[in-house]
Design a binder for this molecule. Sequence first.
Ligand code: ZN
Length: 307
Amino acid sequence: MKLFGGIESGGTKFVCMIGDGPDHLLKEERFPTTLPHETIDRVAGFFLPYAESGELAAVGIASFGPLDLNPESPTYGYITTTPKAGWSQVNLHGEIQRRLHVPVALDTDVNAAAFGEQYWIPENRFLDPFLYLTVGTGIGVGVIVNGSPLHGLIHAEAGHFALPHNWQKDPFPGVCPYHGDCLEGLASGVAMSKRWGQSPECLPDSHPAWDLESDYIAFALADLIYAYSPKRIILGGGVSQHPGFHQTVRRKVNQFMNGYVQSSLLSDRIDEYILPPALGHRSGGLGAIAMASLMQPAGEVLADQSH
Ligand SMILES: [Zn+2]
């Protein structure tokens, strides 16, 4: 039986899983993100028994970035300019491939999450373009176009959109080290914690944080609808799990767009258009498994590796 590995590499933890789809996961483990070699050792250790027994056919990685995803580039598969200490210029793809000797697929965590939601959920399968916005510690956007994650110049970085920032209503300067008050700078979980002095999960429903947060996310989604014209949007990540958040954001998206984009999906059925992830917190890892399952057989890739 063929098994596929999924790695979700995040700034605070790595999640490893093995199986061949959402209904068949054999094992799942999480490790804290520490130094690169230490973390990669633990990840490799998780998969090694399956690689040695020949059951592991390929591995997919859903990683924090930015990443070099250009296969022509000498630094393909590297994490590039991350502010995460020690992880800048780490060859994540190469290290995993070197230790496990199986083909390795790599994409951004949120592209993989988008791909997982589209690939494994039959109702999403032919909705294209398909978009995933995650609002957690950071904010990221994954876009699937013609069945593949969109890369282009680098990959979508729509978490860094500029937004209208009403300094009177929200005097908080933002937390993005590059832009200050971009979308991620104003509306990520880290921004919420810093602005209000407590983490989002501790902020009660009645707290003004939620009105402001849903404003920012609805603005971002309206912009993403203008830019990509997606057929469906998945709104995921820890912050989005706040009760009633999806409902408020849906209402505000329509309010901000003011009828400009004419579709009954928006005006009458927006609850079928902006949805929470069907795979829950496993979208990224299962997306990585989906990517791995589409890799070429091991022999073809291993043929050009010198041992
Ligand atoms: Zn930014």
